[in-house]
Write a protein that binds this ligand. Sequence first.
Ligand code: FES
Length: 83
Amino acid sequence: MAKISICVGSACHLRGAHGVLDAFIALIAKYNVGSEVDMAGNFCHGRCTEGVVIKIDDEIITNVSKDKVYDIFIEKVLKGNRP
Ligand code: FES
């Protein structure tokens, strides 16, 4: 199971964290992997100037925008297994 944590602290919020969150939710539904993904919003990861900051399992990923979510999802959540 992949664990996705999306920073919804103030700086990341201003940089579009909710759009990132919505994009992940849409992809999880589209690929029907809700039972394989544990997703949560979290407050500040301490790297506010690099937002939006997300964490997938133990890996921190910075400068995430909603436009980058698809590639991150395929690479890190589906582990490159394109459907
Ligand atoms: S608000 Fe997101 S890392 Fe600080």
